[in-house]
Design a protein around this ligand. Structure first.
Ligand SMILES: CC(C)(COP(=O)(O)OP(=O)(O)OC[C@H]1O[C@@H](n2cnc3c(N)ncnc32)[C@H](O)[C@@H]1OP(=O)(O)O)[C@@H](O)C(=O)NCCC(=O)NCCS
Length: 100
C-alpha cells in the first residue's frame, strides 16, 4: 500500500494477510515527510478495517525507539521479546487488537 500526494510517494507499507491477523512486514515514510501523520494514516488502514481478523502485528528492532513510540501511540502493545530476531539484535513483538 502506497501513500502518495500529487504523484509523489510519501510512504509505503507491506503487509501479509493471515487467517487471524495482518502482519506488518515493512513500513517507511520518506524522511522529509515524517511526523506529518503519513505513517499513522497507513497503519490505520489496517487497524480500522472491518474484518474478521483480530490483530495487526509487527516485529521491531530493540534499537528502533521511534518506531516503538509510533506503534504505542497507535494503540499497539509490546507482547513479547524476540531474542536474536535481527541477527545480533533483539526485537519486540507488537500487537494491536482490532475492535469488533
Ligand atoms: C516510524 C515511521 C513509519 C512513523 O511514520 P510518521 O509518518 O513519521 O509518523 P506519524 O507522523 O504518523 O506519527 C504518529 C504518531 O507516532 C508517534 N511518533 C512518530 N514518530 C515518532 C518519533 N520519531 N518519536 C516519538 N514518537 C513518534 C507520535 O506520537 C505521532 O503522533 P504526533 O505527531 O501526534 O505526536 C517513520 O518514522 C519511518 O519511516 N521510520 C523509518 C522506518 C521504520 O522505522 N520503520 C518501522 C516502522 S514499525
Amino acid at each position: 500500500m502506497v501513500s502518495e500526494k500529487a504523484g509523489v510517494v510519501l510512504g509505503y507499507m507491506v503487509y501479509e494477510i493471515l487467517s487471524d491477523r495482518y502482519e506488518l512486514l515493512r513500513l517507511a515514510v520518506a524522511a522529509k515527510h515524517q511526523g506529518k501523520g503519513v505513517g499513522r494514516q497507513l497503519v490505520e488502514r489496517l487497524t480500522r478495517k472491518r474484518t474478521r481478523r483480530r490483530f495487526v502485528s509487527a516485529n521491531v528492532r530493540e534499537s528502533n525507539l521511534p518506531a516503538q513510540k509510533f506503534l504505542r501511540s497507535l494503540g499497539f502493545l509490546a507482547v513479547r521479546v524476540l531474542r536474536g530476531e535481527f541477527g545480533s539484535e533483539d526485537g519486540y513483538r507488537f500487537e494491536y487488537t482490532i475492535q469488533e
